[in-house]
Design a protein around this ligand. Structure first.
Ligand SMILES: [Zn+2]
Length: 216
């Protein structure tokens, strides 16, 4: 069985040195999310269904949208994930479930897919969040989401200098489903997210892409 890893990152550009006052006054520092694909293993595969034209979906080598074969996708929460921010995991999962009209994500214990927290990650490469997924041909198999940084950088109800944790989770769960970035600056799937409260509406573009890929 061939498999590969897909990695999507949510990062921010390096900030210029500012004094504290100007830093606090800068209320719309952007975070960006880059993407790259790392293959860890390739084998020749039998033919798979033909390519599709679903927009905004990550494609396999054969041009087919990467997708899960079964719902719900079960996630567990790693012990390091700050308890105060965990409600955002449930609200974000529920928002995707409601938007797609079925239980897409279920948060439980001992699941193969994990929400991780890495306190030091942001110091090394500026990354805020990372989604990593394994897939075989065009079928997604497992996924993990890692949120990085000090927990006070994030909030369920963010001040202008904090990141909206629910928006970040919605963004990463979108990648888990196979979505790539949106070109719409108002979408939480845009590659940059501002500080403060973010519009967490799931747009018609993202819903259309997922309905196309999953034949919903
Ligand atoms: Zn992203």
């Amino acid at each position: 069985m061939g498999s590969a890893w897909l990695t999507s990152c949510l990062t921010r550009p390096r900030m210029k040195k500012r004094n504290l006052v100007s830093l606090l006054a800068f209320s719309f520092i952007l975070i960006t999310c880059g993407e790259n694909t790392e293959k860890i293993k390739t084998t020749s595969e039998p033919s798979e269904p033909p390519p599709d034209n679903c927009p905004q979906m990550k494609k396999s080598d054969s041009g087919r949208s990467l997708r899960w074969s079964n719902f719900p996708i079960h996630f567990s929460i790693a012990k390091d994930f700050p308890p105060s921010l965990r409600p955002a995991l449930f609200t974000a999962a529920d928002k995707w479930n409601k938007a797609l009209g079925r239980t897409i994500f279920e948060i439980t214990t001992n699941a193969p897919n994990i929400f991780y927290w890495e306190r030091k990650g942001i110091l090394e490469d500026g990354a805020h969040g990372r989604t990593r997924a394994s897939y075989n041909r065009s079928t997604l198999l497992t996924a993990s989401i890692t949120i990085m940084g000090t927990e006070t950088f994030y909030s369920l109800d963010p001040y202008f200098y904090q990141y909206d944790i629910e928006a970040v989770i919605l963004h990463e769960l979108g990648h888990v489903l196979g979505l790539t970035h949106s070109e719409n600056k108002k979408s939480f799937m845009y590659h940059e997210l501002g500080m403060g409260t973010i519009d967490k509406t799931i747009s018609q573009n993202e819903l259309s892409a997922l309905k196309c890929a999953y034949a919903l």
